[in-house]
Design a protein around this ligand. Structure first.
Ligand SMILES: Nc1ncnc2c1ncn2[C@@H]1O[C@H](COP(=O)(O)OP(=O)(O)OP(=O)(O)O)[C@@H](O)[C@H]1O
Ligand SMILES: [Mg+2]
Length: 405
């Protein structure tokens, strides 16, 4: 048996293999096609951002475009963008040199939102290089609407990869089962597909696990929850034995370390008490010191220490391994209040500006916010007249997330 995951083994190789993303595929084809034909006019963008939820095919689409256009692919990741000199070292020669292997080349910058908001140098340099590129640049991002990517949004075309509906996921799963010569009950397949919530990778991973089970009909799949990972990670840190593996606990959590810190902080008292509690808070406060230094000095190496303190440091604060179940909480106090304030603050300032301009009461305008939002969204002149800030425009344009289930 091979050790390859289904997700890797069945990664699409052609446009036709990519399911449920017709629109994004069309945009991407057109973008690279026109670029390679030298049809780019001044107004045309030199970069394309493929954005969308995890496991919807962003990285795959980028690679398939390269395969289908017989292009060499030159790949960079967010850590290459951490500083200007590093970027110059890697990306610049790639952009300026002729490809050795073939005539076409595509520059892929995968997971560009991994770059931190304070990492201004990286983004600025990236934009500058996009300006000068003679090859199409494709970037991928989960959340293109984050503030730090605002400058990139202006310089790039956007193509959204949708969360795949469960029927399509089912088709993909059936196809894999057929090729693997496996049989599974329909209900289980449906369950996996629905549970994946648009994430094909997650569905394929579940399928692989389930197909190895002796009695899959007994299966009770947990509701797939984007926060499962952090809950598991907390369990490992708080209950497990300190070891080298502990250091990698947060690697698989789809969350920035700063946010992870909020979760750890919130849940320390749920697990530790007495001396353990004091030790854990000590590790936390030292992690926080490094975080401060990272922001002030942009010294990324400190991320390593922040991570060590948050994982090993917190884990080793206890005397003995813990058993039993602890119900961990979201960092409601801090995170939710903050997020909510951010949201309503923008809604409020936008409404105030609008109410002043059209001479209606603030309260009435607030009640009619959904309509007002549409009006503002559809007309850039109004946005200018209202003198909306960058953040307010971002708020107006952020699409309401659609949940298929
Ligand atoms: N639209 C799709 N059609 C068929 N298979 C897909 C599709 N999207 C994803 N997959 C499967 O899921 C795997 C993961 O996809 P991919 O790595 O492209 O996701 P991604 O959008 O880049 O996710 P992330 O945001 O986590 O990087 C692929 O290897 C492939 O097997
Ligand atoms: Mg990817």
């Amino acid at each position: 048996m091979t050790s390859q995951t289904f997700a890797e083994k069945y990664r699409p190789k052609t446009f036709a293999d990519i399911k449920g993303q017709e629109q994004a595929v069309e945009i991407a084809k057109k973008f690279v096609g026109e670029f390679n034909l030298g049809k780019i006019t001044k107004s045309q963008k030199k970069a394309l951002v493929l954005h969308g939820a995890p496991g919807t095919g962003k990285t795959t689409l980028a690679h398939v475009i390269a395969l289908e256009t017989k292009s060499e692919i030159f790949e960079l990741n967010a850590s290459d963008l951490r500083n200007k000199s590093k970027l110059q070292e890697t990306l610049k020669p790639a952009i300026e040199q002729q490809s050795l292997m073939s005539n076409n080349k595509i520059i892929l910058i995968d997971e560009v939102d991994g770059i931190s908001g304070t990492d201004r140098g990286g983004i600025t340099e990236l934009l500058y290089l996009i300006e000068g590129t003679t090859y199409p640049v494709i970037l991928t991002a989960n959340d293109i609407w984050s503030k730090k990517l605002a400058p990139l949004r202006k310089k790039a075309d956007l193509a959204q990869l949708k969360e795949i509906n469960y029927q399509t996921i089912k088709d993909v799963l059936f196809n894999v089962l057929r090729k693997e010569n496996l049989f599974l009950n329909q209900n289980i397949i449906t369950k996996i597909a629905v549970n994946a919530k648009g994430d094909i990778r997650a569905a394929l991973n579940d399928l692989q696990t389930v197909s190895k089970m002796k009695e899959p009909q007994l299966l009770e799949l947990d509701e797939r929850n984007k926060e499962t990972d952090i809950f598991n990670a907390l369990k490992i840190i708080f209950k497990g034995k300190p070891s080298n593996e502990i250091l990698r606990t947060f690697d698989s959590v789809n969350m920035q370390l700063d946010e992870i810190m909020l979760w750890v902080e919130e849940n320390i008292p749920a697990e530790y008490s007495g001396q353990e509690l004091a030790k854990a808070y000590d590790a936390l406060s030292r992690a926080d010191v490094f975080k401060g230094r990272i922001y002030k000095q942009q010294y990324w190496r400190f991320l390593v220490y922040e991570n060590i303190l948050l994982s090993y440091g917190i884990c080793a604060s206890k005397k003995n391994i813990k058993t039993g179940f602890t119900s961990y909480k979201r960092p409601t106090r801090i995170l939710k209040i903050w997020l909510n304030n951010q949201r309503t603050a923008k809604k409020k300032t936008i409404t105030e500006k609008y109410a002043r301009l059209v001479h209606v009461g603030k309260k009435r305008a607030l009640n009619e916010f959904p309509i007002i939002k549409q009006i503002i969204k559809s007309n850039e002149n109004i946005q200018k007249e209202l003198r909306l800030t960058e953040e307010e425009i971002e708020y107006i344009n952020r699409p309401v997330e659609i949940n298929y289930f």
